[in-house]
Design a binder for this molecule. Structure first.
Ligand code: FE2
Length: 200
């Protein structure tokens, strides 16, 4: 088991305390966003194994999963020019750009089920935090802002996102169920905090 980077440990401990307050989403997300902002303020802790792009598609490495599955922390690695399909999350999510930059287009789902773009494409530079959720707006398409370099963002979700049943919205219309899983090759999440650590 690799050593858990200190910034992840701090983040998990602080988020644990915040979640213990059982706040409603509008009260939780600002605090969780501040913690994620502190995590991505320095870019010297993500091990290379979880910063490696795949030439074929964007990768999503599970970094930490709460033992009670209240949240998951994921490293999204974008190779040059890579993008997601239009998709939803069904749970709250916070995206913090660690390295490079992302382009994000939000959508609403029309009565016939097809996605309709809302507003302009937004550029998220390193250090920026974006939020999604069914109540805030849950459907978007994200891409690497660069076609010649890797970008990385750290995502926090209010569930074990790799197991959540959600939807993609293909260009030809309709919606397709999907479960994202994770790109990790190891069976368990790489980083854990034992109970003694958490209580410290
Ligand atoms: Fe997303």
């Amino acid at each position: 088991m690799p050593t858990t980077p200190a910034p992840i440990e701090r983040f998990v401990r602080d988020l644990d305390l915040l979640l213990a307050r059982k706040l409603a989403e509008p009260d939780l997300l600002p605090g969780a966003g501040r913690l994620l902002g502190a995590l991505i303020a320095t870019d010297d802790w993500l091990p290379d194994a979880y910063a490696a792009p795949d030439p074929e598609r964007y990768t999503q490495y599970l970094l930490y999963r709460d033992p009670a599955a209240r949240f998951s922390l994921v490293s999204f690695v974008w190779g040059p020019g890579q993008s997601t399909p239009i998709h939803d999350h069904t749970v709250w999510g916070l995206v913090g750009v660690l390295r490079g930059a992302e382009l994000s287009q939000r959508y609403r789902v029309s009565a016939d089920g097809s996605p309709v773009a809302i507003g302009p494409v937004e550029r998220l530079e390193a250090g920026r935090i974006d939020a999604v959720s069914p109540s805030l707006g849950d459907v978007h398409r994200v891409e690497n802002a660069f076609d010649d370099q890797v970008s990385i963002s750290i995502h926090l979700y209010g569930a074990d996102i790799g197991k959540v049943r959600r939807s993609v919205y293909p260009p030809e219309g309709g919606r397709k169920a999907f479960v994202s899983g994770y790109s990790n090759t190891e069976a368990a999440p790489p980083f854990v905090l034992d109970a003694a650590d958490k209580a410290a």
